[in-house]
Ligand binder design. Structure first.
Ligand SMILES: NC(=O)c1ccc[n+]([C@@H]2O[C@H](COP(=O)([O-])OP(=O)(O)OC[C@H]3O[C@@H](n4cnc5c(N)ncnc54)[C@H](OP(=O)(O)O)[C@@H]3O)[C@@H](O)[C@H]2O)c1
Length: 259
């Protein structure tokens, strides 16, 4: 796979799976735009790591829930690198509460980042995309499995997956393809933070249900993402690929019915 001289914008590229993807693409000599919201130090560290790999990166602070900020993110990216090849809508944040405690402000915040932010990115980046451009949405298994407190984010991610299908058709005339990636539970800072004390319990239960015996690491998910933004995967269009080690297949404990 080679992403040499391709320009990739990754929202939420300073931490977690977005950061792992940024490093992998930089190692292939891509120009990487590392977007983040608050944590200047994490973004600076990511750029430093990329430069240590001999890569080129630009850190851009922008809240993807804010259209004016996305305009600035795209403008800065184009000013620095001239055009865009790939945009990865990876940043996410939400209120993790039962639906009975969800109010309009929670809905606005989650949807403006996950759905509006994704569409703002597509609308603003695609005019700058080269032939063979790629849009990637990062969904999550809460879009199709029920996790406590994840209803709102799951609904937003399900919307993203639907948009991936429509974009595959609508962007085809501009020779741009669209793909989604849908991770299962992944051990990132954010997931541990939101799961709190329940993390170890959750992790053990999920592990017991994962046929491969281990759920994917952030690096392994980023490997799949790197493939899905590479020219080698261009034939995948309009699909969202689940990356969960097979966890979501299990309806009974692993080993049930086996000799
Ligand atoms: N971890 C999992 O188990 C899991 C499972 C399924 C799907 N996912 C999805 O995978 C993606 C990455 O998750 P992760 O756990 O690797 O990431 P993460 O550790 O939560 O990283 C969050 C990143 O997003 C940025 N961010 C947050 N809100 C933003 C905003 N409004 N505008 C711009 N940037 C923003 C953060 O920047 P600052 O630090 O500066 O705020 C940071 O760079 C998310 O879409 C998540 O829903 C994760």
């Amino acid at each position: 796979m080679s992403m040499q001289d391709k320009t990739v914008i990754i929202t939420g590229g300073s931490r977690g799976m977005g950061q792992r993807l940024a490093l992998k693409l930089a190692a292939q000599q891509a120009n990487v735009v590392v977007n983040y919201r608050r944590d200047d130090q994490a973004a600076k560290d990511t750029v430093a790591e990329i430069e240590a790999l001999g890569g080129t990166a630009l850190a851009v602070q922008a809240d993807v829930a804010d259209t004016a900020a996305v305009e600035s993110l795209v403008a800065q990216s184009v000013e620095r690198f001239g055009s865009i090849d790939v945009v990865v809508a990876n940043a996410a944040a939400s209120a993790f509460k039962p639906l009975s405690q969800i109010h309009g402000r929670h809905i606005d915040k989650t949807m403006s980042l996950t759905v509006q932010g994704f569409l703002d990115l597509v609308r603003l980046t695609t005019p700058h995309m080269n032939h063979g451009g790629r849009v990637m949405a990062v969904s999550g298994w809460d879009s199709f499995r029920v996790l406590p407190g994840h209803a709102l984010l799951g609904a937003a991610k399900a919307a993203m997956e639907t948009l991936v299908k429509y974009l595959a058709i609508e962007l085809a005339r501009d020779h741009i393809t669209t793909v989604g990636v849908c991770p299962g539970p992944i051990d990132t800072d954010s997931f541990r933070y939101y799961a709190g004390d329940a993390w170890e319990d959750y992790a053990q239960q999920w592990l017991a249900q994962t046929p491969s015996g281990a759920y994917p690491t952030p690096d392994e998910v980023a490997d799949v993402m790197a493939y899905l933004v590479s020219p080698q995967s261009a034939a995948i269009n309009g699909q969202t690929i689940v990356v969960d080690g097979g966890l979501s297949l299990a309806t009974m404990p692993i080993g049930f019915g086996q000799d």
